[in-house]
Design a protein around this ligand. Structure first.
Ligand SMILES: NC(=O)c1ccc[n+]([C@@H]2O[C@H](COP(=O)([O-])OP(=O)(O)OC[C@H]3O[C@@H](n4cnc5c(N)ncnc54)[C@H](O)[C@@H]3O)[C@@H](O)[C@H]2O)c1
Length: 258
């Protein structure tokens, strides 16, 4: 078991990606705290209750609020003793092209994706410094890294996460704390998997077109699976990646190349 008794905090933990990451950590012996903003989303973990219920907890809190992130880390330390690994997945895009984008929409994207990452890291770092050990993995996106036609607030906040992570990696290296970024390409999640459990589900022509358009931007010709991103996150969280820091791990089926 690669992560036996390691304690992980996952922000945006109830996202499609968060659930897969949580499951993989739990299978490898970790204790996990999922931080998210909606109690309803916690139901997504129901199928893991019987097997792993003692090894995970939920914390209802927003990454936009520093006090709540401090409380999330205190809660984690109280329940499981410490914080070893932090994975930041809470993210939000803006709405519309620049002339239509409201300041509120811009500010929300920056507040959740960039400032939220800063809040969670700031709250977790004292626990890691205390024992001279830590792994921080921040999830950005190909949208913060390439010239793809993406929403500018999303692009700016994700590029910000890349820069933030590199700066923090240098700052925390003397404490044996690594900080890396995983930058996924377009994934098979959200609207593409909504009807997956319904045998009668038929995707709309618009959905099929949107999927084909995205697939055409990927050298490997398909969308990525959440588990393929989770594998990268677990690699960076592993003790064996102890000399990898300040890196951006691009996982995108070759989409950055074309
Ligand atoms: N799905 C993709 O194609 C894709 C591609 C590249 C990068 N990503 C990134 O990967 C991560 C996970 O992706 P996903 O598609 O599963 O995410 P998603 O958009 O479905 O979920 C984001 C999660 O963040 C939570 N969240 C939102 N605001 C929050 C707040 N203030 N505090 C705490 N939690 C909050 C949401 O409740 C949700 O669980 C995100 O950061 C996303 O930007 C996704």
């Amino acid at each position: 078991m690669r992560f036996k008794d390691k304690v992980c905090v996952l922000t945006g933990g109830c996202s499609d990606m968060g659930i897969i990451v949580a499951e993989k950590f739990l299978k490898e012996g970790a204790k996990v705290v999922l931080v998210d903003i909606s109690e309803e989303l916690f139901e997504k973990m129901d199928e893991y209750k019987a097997e792993y219920g003692d090894n995970y907890r939920f914390f209802l809190g927003s990454v936009c609020n520093y006090d709540e992130m401090e409380k999330a880390m205190e809660f984690t330390a109280k329940e499981f003793g410490t914080v070893d690994i932090l994975v930041n997945m809470a993210g939000m895009g803006g709405r519309g092209k620049i002339e239509e984008m409201t300041l509120e929409s811009w500010n929300n994207a920056i507040a959740v994706t960039l400032t939220g990452t800063y809040h969670a890291c700031r709250a977790a770092v004292p626990y890691m410094k205390e024992k001279k050990y830590g792994r921080i993995i921040n999830v950005s996106s190909i949208g913060g890294r390439s010239n793809r036609p993406v929403n500018v607030a999303y692009a700016a906040s994700k590029a910000g996460v890349n820069g933030f992570s590199r700066g923090l990696a240098i700052e925390l290296a003397p404490w044996n704390i690594t900080v890396n970024t995983v930058a996924p390409g377009p994934l098979n999640g959200g609207m593409f998997t909504k009807g997956a459990k319904d045998p009668n589900y038929v995707p709309s022509p618009e959905m099929i077109k949107a999927r084909q358009m995205l697939e055409s931007t990927v050298a490997m010709g398909r969308l990525g699976e959440m588990s393929e991103i989770a594998n990268g996150i677990l690699y960076l969280a592993d003790d064996e990646a102890g000399w990898t820091t300040g890196e951006i791990l691009d996982i995108n089926g070759g989409a950055l190349m074309i």
